[in-house]
Design a protein around this ligand. Structure first.
Ligand SMILES: Nc1ncnc2c1ncn2[C@@H]1O[C@H](COP(=O)(O)OP(=O)(O)OP(=O)(O)O)[C@@H](O)[C@H]1O
Length: 916
């Protein structure tokens, strides 16, 4: 808003009664003495009046040019004009109150009145101008806004306004499925129709998918192909290249990865002993996940988790502590034969003493290694079974045994482990006793340290990502090293290796004049800051998609590009509820507090939601309300579709069985939708993660087993049944929630809505290797909740949520009121409920209790449950392997586990095999 208010401009003041009396009765010389010469004052008044009239004339001219009805009045234009207008109003105010010492003539009055009404007119025209302009545009371009698709839909009023409003800064705030992309493409078409040169319009996206989608929509709907539609990176690259005359070559993710791979190989081949040492230690700790205090609700729980924890060594035995694992792995990877906790037969035993089994015996050398779990002060950790005093006694006794028997004892301590000096100490102490250390080759080490699907390639990818993130978050190697904690050896050694590689990567780029994606953005920002006029004048419109996920470096580029009198109009669409890329440097606050960062903006909110059924929309809106801060929105469902999201609870004896079950279950749901006339491309299966989450592979396998085509994330990650015509239709989408961004499908199935590492939301955030190079504080529950929101809101018609019994995600509680639990043996209902279930008798036990007629296990796709029927109720008899619909069975509990009990009212109906 400008500085001119809509307040009435006041009319000419009448002199007050005392003034009039004074003027009338006071002797003239006294008046003159007191107030000066009335003629002189009169002259001044008249000249000021004339000046104001001139100013008004030029204001009127300016107004005609500015409020031409042809364009939207921007804040900047308005601000300049408002200032002149306000000056004229102030001058008028002063004149109208200058009534002393001469009376107004009627001519004065007329002139002042006329100035007043003109000023009022200009103010009113200014205030209503944009609104009127928008209305006229909506009328004039009606054709552009109606019949937008095959179903003859029209843009709604807010969407149209968002298209037409054209301030310097324009923000569209909108929930999922409100037509943001639609508005963005229509705005481009509208500007071109109004005569903007397509070359002077740039649309910028975060991903190639979004770029392709916008290009496609522009071309198919409007035949527009000349507009620049680019990802941020290529947009920035274009600018940076202009500034550097295109001399620098760019490198992409693959180049970075190749560099990392080559450097690691050279270093391990003898190039860099320090790196090799850290890498070796990282590998030996690779599968160690230490319980971290923050992951536990109380210290007591953490202590319990620590005391129950055991560790598997590279050689395959289980040891009691991380330090013991480190010793075992050190011996194993240095070719030293050892026995863990072998009985020292030579030691004393007695009534009050068990046999003595020291930690490690080296049979080749008659050397024993004891690791003492004490700190520098001789105190033991809280999860030990012994007090510090008892432990010290034990230690003294052991030393005495060695001293008196002549066997060799090598000792290590926990504080050495935590200080990161354990391996060094061992090397030194063993060498002193003549132990030969023969380090294992890296290939062998990798074979032992990493399991099949996490071979070295995975690690190389992680290091490449580490370097990439350091660029995104602008973190340098020294900062990284300063932040690493030795308490997590896995993260520590990985971080040290990563920081070494990062240093060399930066150096390599410098020496060879290379730039990567992040450099490109920083270079572009520098180029624009250096010569703003040149770059700001290139475009008239810059449009940005998914603004809530734009990274901080990219925000700086937009800021530099739009901060100037001839800068392009910036148009941003986004939804803070869908901000899910904090881990890549996105800062949602730039969207939430848009005006604070950029300046006054035309802000339009889109509320009508076309994609999701009402229940899905309400559930996801309720879900998001649990986040501490966000832009308040009240979306309105317009799809006219209804559904009840279904919750399916599954279980399994172990992770693999559960994963299999998830795969089969999801594939069965897909089959049901296909049988109901849907095509594979109508179904979208989403999980929190797509790599390393076992059930995603299982889903793909299960689909393949049923000859159902699917498409995964990467180009080659797809399956088409034999005989499917090449290039025919898309398959079921199997994606991570991040990849589902901006997409939609009638049927959405969410996998593993559960706690734990791979679920929505993962609450176990164990030592994450990339933590040193990311904004850890941004990786919050709120972000996870938004990701779940994105997943839920992909649905156009139905929504199925799969979860794991006993590990249901907290998010499910937040939307519980909207969910229907699908009947299943794993989650048949509350204890005491009488229910109907359909299940197969998996097992009948031979010898049920004498009060029982039959007992055994019932099974369906969700898992298994125990059942019992009672002699006294004369129950129906079931046969092993047969499938029944059981009516009026009761959910019961025994020893904390759910069971199904037959009641006197239970009836059964056998189902034909294969008959759903
Ligand atoms: N005015 C409208 N009338 C009918 N359908 C509409 C209208 N506006 C949008 N839609 C439909 O709503 C769906 C969502 O539109 P679009 O993909 O543009 O939304 P979006 O806001 O970008 O979504 P998201 O942020 O969730 O990815 C599309 O199927 C689109 O055709």
């Amino acid at each position: 808003m400008g500085t001119v208010g809509t307040n009435e401009i006041e009319s000419v003041d009448e002199p007050s009664l005392p003034v009039r009396l004074f003027r009338r009765y006071a002797p003239d010389p006294l008046v003159r003495l007191w107030l000066g010469d009335p003629d002189e004052r009169r002259r001044k008044f008249e000249s000021a009046l004339a000046t104001l009239e001139d100013e008004l004339a030029s204001l009127n001219e300016e107004q005609t040019a500015l409020l031409d009805g042809e364009h939207y009045l921007t804040t900047r234009e308005r601000r300049g004009f408002s200032e002149s207008l306000q000056r004229a109003i102030d001058e008028y105010d002063e004149l109208r109150s200058t009534t002393w010492p001469f009376p107004y003539s009627s001519n004065d009055r007329d002139r002042l009145d006329s100035i007043r009404s003109e000023l009022q007119g200009i103010t009113a025209r200014l205030d209503g101008y944009n609104e009127e302009f928008v209305e006229r545009q909506l009328e004039q371009y009606e054709n552009l806004f109606t019949d937008i698709d095959e179903a003859d839909h029209d843009l709604n009023r807010d969407q149209r306004k968002a298209v037409v409003r054209n301030d310097e800064y324009n923000q569209v705030i909108a929930g999922a499925g409100t037509g943001k992309t639609l508005v963005l493409t229509h705005r481009i078409a509208y500007q071109i129709e109004r005569g903007v040169d397509p070359d002077r319009i740039a649309a910028v996206t975060l991903t190639r998918n979004a770029r392709d989608e916008i290009q496609k929509r522009l071309d198919e709907r409007f035949g527009i192909t000349e507009v620049t539609v680019e990802t941020f990176h290529s947009f920035a690259n274009g600018i940076a290249r202009q500034a550097t005359d295109g001399h620098r070559s760019t490198i992409d993710d693959r180049d970075r990865r190749n560099f990392v791979e080559e450097r690691i190989r050279d270093k391990l081949d003898g190039d860099d002993a320090a790196f090799a040492r850290h890498y070796r230690q990282f590998l030996t700790h690779y599968s160690t996940e230490t319980p971290v205090p923050n992951d536990h609700e109380s210290r007591a729980e953490y202590v319990r988790a620590r005391s129950e924890r055991s560790y598997e060594t590279l050689a395959g035995e289980t040891v009691a502590s991380q330090a013991e694992k480190a010793i075992a792995d050190f011996l194993f990877t240095h070719g030293v034969e050892y026995q863990y906790e072998a009985i020292a037969e030579w030691a004393e035993t007695g009534e009050d003493r068990d046999v003595y089994s020291p930690d490690f015996s080296l049979p080749e050398y008659d050397i024993t290694i004891e690791h003492w779990g004490i700190d520098e002060n001789g105190a033991v950790a809280p999860w030990f079974a012994w007090t510090s005093e008892e432990y010290r006694e034990k230690l003294a006794w052991a030393r005495q045994q060695f001293a008196s028997s002549g066997h060799t004892l090598v000792e290590t301590y926990d504080f050495e482990y935590w200080a990161g000096t354990l391996e060094k100490a061992l090397t030194h102490r063993l060498a002193r006793h003549g132990v030969r250390l023969d380090p294992m080759s890296f290939d062998d080490l990798v074979d032992h340290a990493l399991d099949d699907h996490e071979r070295e390639q995975h690690l190389i990818g992680l290091f490449a990502k580490f370097i990439d993130n350091a660029g995104t978050f602008d973190t340098d190697p020294d900062e990284i090293r300063a932040d690493l904690s030795r308490h997590d050896p896995r993260e520590y050694h990985f971080g040290v290796c990563g920081s070494i590689l990062l240093e060399e990567y930066e150096d390599w780029k410098r020496r060879n004049g290379l730039v990567d994606f992040d450099d490109m953005i920083y270079d572009a920002v520098a180029a624009v800051r250096e010569d703003p006029d040149r770059f700001q004048s290139q475009f008239e419109h810059v449009l940005v998609d998914e603004f809530q996920d734009v990274a901080i470096s990219q925000i700086r580029l937009l800021d530099a590009l739009t901060d100037g009198p001839d800068a392009p109009h910036l148009f941003c669409v986004g939804d803070d509820w869908q901000s899910i890329y904090a881990f890549r440097g996105a800062v949602v606050e730039y969207f939430v507090d848009f005006e604070e960062y950029f300046g006054p903006a035309a802000i339009t909110e889109l509320r009508e939601t076309y994609r999701c059924p009402a229940t899905v929309l309400e559930a996801s809106t309720d879900l998001i309300a649990n986040n501490p801060t966000q832009i308040e929105k009240s979306p309105v469902a317009c799809s006219g579709r209804e559904t009840t999201p279904r919750l399916h609870v599954l279980d399994g004896y172990d992770e693999w069985q559960y994963a299999d079950r998830v795969g089969e279950y999801a594939a069965t749901l897909v089959e049901q939708y296909l049988n109901e006339d849907s095509d594979p491309e109508d179904v979208m299966i989403l999980s929190r993660y797509d790599s390393g989450a076992p059930f995603v592979d299982q889903v793909k396998e299960a689909l393949e087993a049923r000859s159902i085509p699917y498409d995964g994330k990467a180009d080659g990650d797809r399956y088409r049944p034999d005989g499917a015509p090449a290039g025919s239709g898309a398959g079921v989408s199997v994606f991570s929630a991040h990849q589902a961004k901006g997409r939609e499908a009638p049927h959405v199935i969410l996998l593993h809505v559960a706690r734990g590492e791979d679920g929505f939301a993962p609450d176990v955030r164990n030592n994450e290797l990339l933590n040193p190079v990311r904004d850890v504080s941004a990786n919050t529950d709120a972000e996870e909740r938004r990701l779940f929101y994105v997943a839920l809101t992909r649905s156009e018609a139905t929504l199925d949520l799969l979860t794991k019994a006993g590990e249901e995600s907290g998010f499910l509680d937040e939307i519980d009121a909207y969910l229907a639990r699908s009947e299943s043996v794993v989650d048949p209902g509350e204890v005491g409920d009488r229910v109907r279930i359909t299940a197969t008798v998996a097992t009948l036990w031979d010898d049920p209790h004498e009060s029982q007629a039959q007992a055994g296990l019932l099974e369906d796709e969700s898992g298994r449950i125990k059942f019992v029927s009672w002699e006294r109720t004369d129950p129906p008899v079931v046969a092993e392997g047969a499938t029944y619909v059981f009516d009026e069975v009761e959910v019961s509990e025994y020893n904390g586990d759910r069971e199904i009990h037959f009641t006197e009212a239970t009836t059964i109906h056998e189902r034909e095999p294969g008959n759903q």
